[in-house]
Design a protein around this ligand. Structure first.
Ligand code: B12
Length: 290
């Protein structure tokens, strides 16, 4: 996907005149930069933000590198989830992209799409694998597809504003589950944070070093699987204490953090869902609420 695009191409994508487009730029509704020759160039994430905010209809989405608009955004949540699950199981990446991008372009937040469509689709995929209805390769191929889609979402989210709060996060050594931590990153980015997931499988000591080096406002730990509870309790204590000493909030989430484990560890906030994190992230931003 290109990063900058001409007003003419955006006008084509929206089916409006170039004059209207330039007017929106002049009013500051769409961010624009000027080339050395004085021509306007529009950052694609600014254009996408404008479309999502104003509900503009996309006539030629492919001009912006987006999949065809299918009207699937109005379908019931369950049927979208089923559509996505089928697409992931059959390796139909285009169909998966259409489901996710159509929801996103219709103004749904990344966290809503992750919490209510993508994660439930994977929960079903897990159940179907457990019952021998699908192969392991289908599940893993689905993870790869969603990883790419999350990356694409990240590219089209508006860049964090100047002075944005920073956040980093990851999973610990025994935890190979990569999607949740990428989803946390997307959630925080959309909430206007400068967020970076450091991926999976880190020794606790290196995450503590990252907190000390980066001094983020927030450090998140995603825990999808805990192999040894006493080791996890010890490792999370190190992270909590390091975060506190660096002035970072320590935010935890993930399906392995059942109440019996949560009560043994320290943290600044526990989130069941990305929606909870969204609420927290918006409240912590300078000026709050937003
Ligand atoms: C994909 C997958 C894998 C992949 C993951 C690859 C990857 N790169 O991520 C791999 C191949 C590693 C894998 C391996 C195994 N898996 Co597996 N896997 C899954 C599957 C299908 C999807 C997981 C996923 O990504 N879900 C999507 C995420 C986004 O959803 P989520 O975890 O619910 O996260 C949400 C919230 O918890 C929250 N959240 C999570 N973290 C955080 C953090 C913060 C800060 C916040 C705010 C929120 C938050 O937000 C998310 C969005 O709503 C699940 C099914 C399931 N129920 O999830 C099985 C599942 C977890 N796996 C299972 C099993 C059995 C295994 C294996 C043991 C299989 C085997 N025999 O080898 C191994 C174990 C690996 C290990 N070391 O532990 C079982 C676990 C059963 C159990 N009771 O524990 C499940 C439930 C499948 C099933 N139904 O049987 N698996």
């Amino acid at each position: 996907m290109k990063e900058l695009i001409s007003p003419k191409q955006v006008a084509l994508a929206l089916g409006v005149s170039e004059a209207s487009l330039k007017r929106w730029c002049d009013k500051g509704l769409i961010p624009a930069i000027r080339t050395a020759g004085g021509h306007r160039r529009l950052p694609i994430n600014g254009v996408i933000h404008f479309i999502r905010q104003t509900g503009q209809h996309l006539v030629r989405p492919e001009v912006l590198g987006l999949p065809p608009i299918t009207g699937q955004t109005t379908a019931a949540k369950d049927s979208l989830k089923a559509l996505l699950r089928e697409a992931l199981e059959s390796g139909n990446e285009d169909q998966a992209r259409r489901v996710v991008m159509n929801l996103f372009m219709s103004g749904r937040k990344a966290y809503e799409i992750c919490d209510s469509i993508i994660a439930p689709a994977f929960h079903e995929i897990g159940d179907r694998w457990q019952h021998g209805e699908i192969e392991i390769y289908q599940e893993r191929r689905g993870v790869e597809i969603v990883s790419r889609l999350l990356h694409e979402l990240r590219l089209i989210l508006p860049p964090p504003p100047e002075g944005a709060l920073t956040a980093i996060g990851a999973t610990l050594e025994s935890d190979p589950y990569s999607l949740a931590t990428s989803m946390v990153e997307a959630t925080l980015l959309e909430a206007g944070w400068a967020a970076r997931s450091y991926g999976c499988g880190h020794p606790a000591a290196t995450l503590a070093a990252a907190i000390e080096d980066m001094r983020p406002s927030l450090f998140w730990l995603s825990a999808s699987v805990i192999r040894d509870v006493s080791i996890f309790v010890e490792e999370s204590r190190l992270l909590y204490e390091t975060a506190l000493s660096c002035g970072s909030a320590f935010v935890v989430g993930g399906r392995a953090l059942v109440p019996e484990i949560r009560c043994q560890i320290g943290y600044s906030a526990f989130c069941d869902t990305l929606g909870h994190l969204w609420g927290l992230a918006m409240a912590l931003r300078p000026g709050g609420g937003g």
